[in-house]
Design a binder for this molecule. Structure first.
Ligand SMILES: Nc1ncnc2c1ncn2[C@@H]1O[C@H](COP(=O)(O)OP(=O)(O)O)[C@@H](O)[C@H]1O
Ligand SMILES: [Mg+2]
Length: 264
């Protein structure tokens, strides 16, 4: 008998995800599978639900209904009247621990040095001894190219350096997946590449990453595939070149028209 290929178990799977904020749904029937090591870009117009999707994935928002599985941990809800019980909240907590998140706004603790920013959560949440947390912080600061700035305070760093420190801080919790919500949108243009380069490096290391971005060139060059969202729905999941050369859906075509003629 020939050896069967081992089944590919997705690292993230989202099924029939609905989410609303006291009104019409903001996410409607989202279905999505992301495999380990993938780098996935999510694009789409403002207000289409990109941030809400990321916030549901790391349980900053609780889904109304559907199922989210990350690294074997499943969160499921039948409908929004299905009150999250203790076990549900415990699972949400476990699931959140698997997910690192970096936001658009620079949100390091201002009164802590860069190194302390990175050591804090592992010491408090994971009870890591100080020397272990410090050694780990130094390793991560080297990875994001900030070894020279370990004892500086955030306000002494550029936006790009702060965002790299924020990535290191998220990595310090040893997540299985990293989510980024427009991580370069608040940066001066000349600082964008150094942050994107860190994500490329993590991709080479095999990290699973989901990035909401307007950096179309990065989306095209670095992603394994691109998700186009509109009005709370996934319109198209497409190969990174195909979506630019030949979008399948008229809505995607319309959105990407604004980038025509730019050097992507
Ligand atoms: N906390 C909230 N309360 C109420 N409405 C919200 C909240 N967050 C987002 N929304 C609404 O949900 C929709 C999707 O928002 P969002 O996920 O932030 O979209 P995007 O990130 O694609 O711009 C928008 O109409 C927005 O106004
Ligand atoms: Mg957003």
């Amino acid at each position: 008998m020939s050896e069967a290929a081992s089944p590919v178990v997705p690292l993230i799977s989202v099924e029939r995800l609905y989410k609303s904020y006291d009104g019409p749904p903001v996410l409607k029937d989202i279905n999505l599978v992301i495999e380990e090591g993938d780098l996935v870009s999510i694009i789409g117009p403002s207000g289409c639900g990109k941030s809400t999707l990321l916030r549901c994935l790391n349980c900053l928002e609780i889904l109304d209904s559907g199922r989210i599985t990350i690294a074997g941990e499943t969160l499921e809800r039948a409908n929004r009247h299905d009150h999250p019980d203790h076990a549900f909240r415990e699972r949400a907590h476990t699931l959140r621990a698997e997910v690192g998140m970096v936001f658009q706004s620079l949100n390091l603790f201002p009164h802590k040095t860069i190194k302390e920013n990175i050591m804090l959560a592992p010491m408090i949440v994971k009870k890591e001894p100080r020397d272990v947390a410090e050694a780990n912080a130094m390793r991560l600061l080297e990875k994001v190219g900030l070894l020279k700035h370990t004892d500086r305070y955030p306000y002494h760093l550029s936006g790009g350096q702060q965002q790299r420190a924020a990535i290191a801080r998220a990595l310090a919790m040893n997540p299985k997946v990293m989510l980024y919500d427009e991580p370069t949108s608040s940066l001066d243009p000349e600082l964008v590449d150094e942050v994107l380069e860190v994500m490329r490096g993590l991709d080479r290391d095999g990290m699973t990453q989901v990035i909401v971005t307007h950096e179309m060139r990065f989306a095209r060059n670095a992603s394994d595939y691109i998700i186009y969202m509109e009005h709370g729905e996934i319109v198209e999941i497409s190969d990174e070149d195909e979506i630019f050369m030949e979008p399948k859906d008229e809505r995607t075509r319309r959105f990407l028209r604004q980038y025509v003629g730019r050097d992507l």
